[in-house]
Design a protein around this ligand. Structure first.
Ligand code: GAL
Length: 846
């Protein structure tokens, strides 16, 4: 059904197009940039796992799995995006840094598809948005090609092997036994797959580039290049027609705003050429954070009056620049209030899902975050589409390693043969996104002092795109500066080590260089967990007072003070926005942690001892504590600290900890308040604990250290400029009595793989969240929906994400649901728990 609707979708697109580049008006959303004649190959794959199995045993991989004759009838049937490791199980014998999940193994995927007789004479390509890792591809038993780096998108040419009018068999082998990582990478075809059809003369893959320059209030110069390939064995002439349309947030074209002059491009047999188009655009609406206006350049290629290709290039009109004094968007200084995020989507693993990412963006945006660093690799293409649509700025990062790996099977094994291809693929794929404002060539790579290599990689980028600054994330900024490697960059990226900024500001060579916190803070906490006195870590959880960080990190407040002290810094990317699978520092024995103390032997020795101890004791943690938001997407307290600082005009106050301290009556419980106000007064059961004020640039939270616990109510009234500004109140609750459900979307589109995120809150008789409730819950989905995963944000839980049984963790649990394939109607999600009044919620599937 899904397949049929996709075919119908592209048919509808064709029918509704009245001549592109001429007076084309396409109704309905455009699903994808690039070639217009594209079909999703996501559905109905056959899958089998060889090599290392989930339980640690091995199943030898037979030969010839790509042969059409191989019987795959008993393989699993599934749709991609698919991550074959997220099912687990979590295993204590597997490394914490990769989430204690069995990601290593060999995946075989096979899919059949038919190509119409009418397509005789066309060219056919398969586009993989990302395959983890070492993808090898066959069509009808013939080897088509490979792309080893799991994070890049790639295209392979199927034309020589395709059977028109017949069934074709696409076979893909993935190999994560020869891949390792400092975090959970996922495994398999974890992003979308597309079949692309074109005529013999067509736009090159990622072959259009739009640059917008000389912006005035209303106008901009558009410079658009189109690279065209001729696959005919004869000379030909391609007519390139290009129009620009408005593009709305639903990806529908609006009115045509500009038409470039048609170009006739002579092309020799089996060759390529390029046209350069320039025109001033009048009345243009700029792309900006609050007004992410987009346009679409539509190109058609015609040969002898016949259309041979149509190609879509979404873009935005905007201008960026960097200087020592900051990052500028459309001439305005914008402080980067950013987060680093890994690619996994929590309980969904690495398998890409648009609604999960949209939820992440909504949560980040609400916090005041305006930028994401795609640490430490190219993101799913949809992440950039979403960033374009919502006005999020992106630092697009290529690598975590160059020629020297941090782990044995790291990018080092690919660097020599692949780094140029990988970097080119990243830049070409992403260069039209207005949201992409920085390129990053690496993160804490071992060769960060190497002048030659840095220059070489920067040159690869600049050769393709001169409009964006290039950076690199340093954890040895002194080394990078001393060797001169940083001179090759436009922006100096510093991870954590800002304590020498005053010295760097005096350094003749570097004092005028734009500098950004490519990674900051690394504060650690578990949502809803608080310990008293000096206890910061206990039972593999970390207090949520937001005071803990590894040796190289600091609490958010310290970084805010640094940014205040050095206002010329471009801003920061906090490590991290969301918790992620793997790297459960400080319960992570991975020796690559030592790389953070390259130049400090005593700190290194101390950490070495801790890591040895962790390796011996093997804590059960399997996901990170760094997130401002937990793995299930529930904000931790820190979320409100960032919100208070990043959204100074948004009235808010947030009290921590909770106020359910049975047995601690009469004892001191420190109370912290995060507020965008400048002062606040705290009341416990009506008694004032006094009014406190923040000293600008020094205090970012208000602390009442001597509050004596008595059950009841804690209330804060925040003030700004002497006026009442915001309030917050928490209360001691009664026992857990019931479950309350809420959902982020009351209706979802089943055929689009939309997900709904249902939050279960354990509440007392008066409906107040019980912040200490860790109780077994059960999720049942009936009607036309199904359960995809559950989570609660506990980094030590070994319950599989697919389980319908999940404990609430400090009052909250999450159920992720979707519509059953091929159905529309309603689904009911019911959550129950022993001794609790259960709750149900209805979701429409369209
Ligand atoms: C950095 C590293 C990140 C992450 C972080 C944890 O050094 O670049 O990938 O490991 O430390 O604090």
């Amino acid at each position: 059904m899904k397949n049929i609707s996709k075919y119908l979708g592209s048919l509808a697109v064709l029918l509704l197009c009245l001549a592109c580049g001429d007076n084309m008006v396409e109704k309905g959303p455009i699903k994808r940039s690039g070639q217009a004649d594209v079909i999703s190959l996501d559905d109905d794959w056959r899958f089998i796992r060889y090599g290392l199995q989930a339980d640690g045993t091995r199943v030898e991989e037979p030969a010839g799995m790509f042969e059409p004759a191989t019987d795959d009838s008993d393989w699993e049937t599934l749709d991609v995006p698919h991550d074959f490791a997220i099912k687990g199980p979590f295993r204590m014998d597997l490394a914490g840094n990769t989430g204690r999940l069995p990601f290593q193994g060999i995946g075989w995927y096979r899919k059949t598809f038919t190509v119409d007789e009418a397509d005789q004479g066309k060219r056919f390509y398969v586009d993989f948005d990302g395959v983890m890792a070492n993808a090898q591809v066959w069509l009808n038993g013939e080897y088509v090609g490979t792309w080893p780096y799991g994070y890049n998108s790639f295209r392979l040419d199927l034309t020589p092997f395709i059977q028109v009018g017949k069934e074709n068999l696409l076979a893909v082998r993935t190999d994560t036994e020869k891949w390792d990582s400092r975090w959970y990478p996922g495994a398999g075809i974890y992003r979308h797959v597309w079949l692309v059809k074109t005529g013999q003369v067509h736009v090159r893959h990622w072959g259009t580039k739009m640059e917008t320059t000389n912006l005035t209030e209303k106008t901009a110069d558009l410079h658009f290049t189109v690279e065209v390939e001729n696959h005919l064995n004869e000379e030909t002439q391609a007519v390139v027609k290009t129009s620009v349309y408005e593009l709305d947030s639903l990806d529908c074209l609006g009115k045509r705003v500009l038409r470039f002059d048609d170009q006739t491009l002579p092309l020799k047999a089996m060759s390529a050429g390029k046209v350069d188009l320039q025109k001033q655009m009048d009345d243009c609406k700029r792309w900006d954070i609050e007004s992410p206006n987009r346009y679409m350049a539509c190109v058609t290629i015609q040969v002898d009056g016949q259309e041979t290709d149509r190609y879509y290039t979404p873009f935005g009109v905007r201008e960026t620049s960097v200087s020592r004094d900051g990052f500028f968007l459309n001439g305005r200084r914008v402080e980067i209030k950013g987060v680093c995020n890994h690619h996994d989507l929590g309980a969904l693993g690495a398998a890409f899902n648009r609604s999960a990412l949209e939820r992440q963006f909504r949560i980040m945006r609400e916090m005041g975050c305006n930028s994401i660093r795609t640490s430490h690799n190219p993101p799913a293409p949809e992440l950039l589409d979403l960033a374009d649509k919502t006005g999020m700025l992106i630092m697009d990062e290529a690598f975590d390693a160059w020629a020297h790996g941090k782990r044995e099977w790291d990018y080092n094994k690919l660097y020599e043969e692949w780094h140029e291809k990988d970097l080119e693929a990243l830049v070409r794929r992403d260069w039209n996104h207005p949201s992409v404002v920085f390129w990053s060539i690496g993160n804490e790579v071992l060769e960060q002092q190497n002048v030659e290599m840095t220059r070489h990689l920067v040159e690869i980028v600049k050769e393709l795109d001169k409009t964006r600054p290039v950076t690199n994330g340093y954890n040895d900024p002194n080394g990078g500066r001393a060797s001169g490697a940083s001179m090759a960059l436009d922006v100096m990226g510093v991870n954590y080590f800002f304590y020498e900024q005053a010295k760097w500001d005096q350094d003749e060579r570097y004092k005028n260089m734009p500098t950004i916190g490519t990674e900051t803070s690394s504060c650690l906490s578990t949502r809803g967990v608080y310990f008293q006195g000096d206890t910061i870590r206990k039972d593999f959880q970390i207090t949520s007072y937001d005071v803990d960080a590894p040796g190289w990190g600091c609490n958010p407040d310290t970084q805010f003070a640094t940014n205040y002290r050095y206002p010329h810094l471009l801003g920061e990317y906090v490590w991290t926005g969301f918790d992620y699978l793997g790297e459960p520092t400080p319960f992570n024995s991975d020796n690559t942690n030592l790389l953070n103390f390259r130049t400090d032997p005593s700190k290194r020795a101390e950490l070495e001892k801790q890591l040895a101890e962790l390796a011996r004791t093997q804590p059960p943690s399997r996901s990170s504590y760094f997130g401002i938001v937990d793995l299930a997407g529930f904000p931790k307290d820190r979320y409100y600290l960032y919100q208070s600082h990043w959204r100074p005009d948004y009235p808010m106050a947030h009290i921590l900890p909770h106020w359910n301290w049975v047995g601690r009556e009469g004892q001191i419980i420190p109370v912290h308040v995060y507020t965008s106000g400048t002062e606040a007064e705290l009341f416990v059961n009506g008694k004032s604990y006094g009014r406190k004020a923040k000293e600008e640039g020094k205090d970012f939270r208000l602390v009442w250290d001597s509050v004596v616990y008595q059950p009841g109510t804690v209330k804060v009234i925040a003030y700004k400029d002497g006026e009442e500004w915001a309030k917050d109140e928490i209360q001691t609750t009664g026992e857990a009595q019931k479950i309350q459900l809420s959902v982020d979307h009351a209706s979802i589109i089943g055929s689009e793989d939309e997900l709904a995120f249902v939050t279960a809150t354990v509440v007392d008789a008066s409906g107040r969240k019980v912040p200490t409730a860790c109780l077994p819950l059960k999720v049942e989905v009936t009607g036309c929906g199904e359960l995809v995963a559950t989570d609660n944000g506990d980094p030590t839980s070994f319950t599989p994400f697919q389980s319908a049984e999940r404990e609430s963790f400090n009052g909250l649990a999450l159920a992720i649901v979707r519509g059953k394939k091929g159905t529309t109607g309603k689904m009911q999600v019911k959550v129950s728990g022993a001794g609790l009044e259960s709750a149900s919620i209805e979701i429409e599937v369209k």
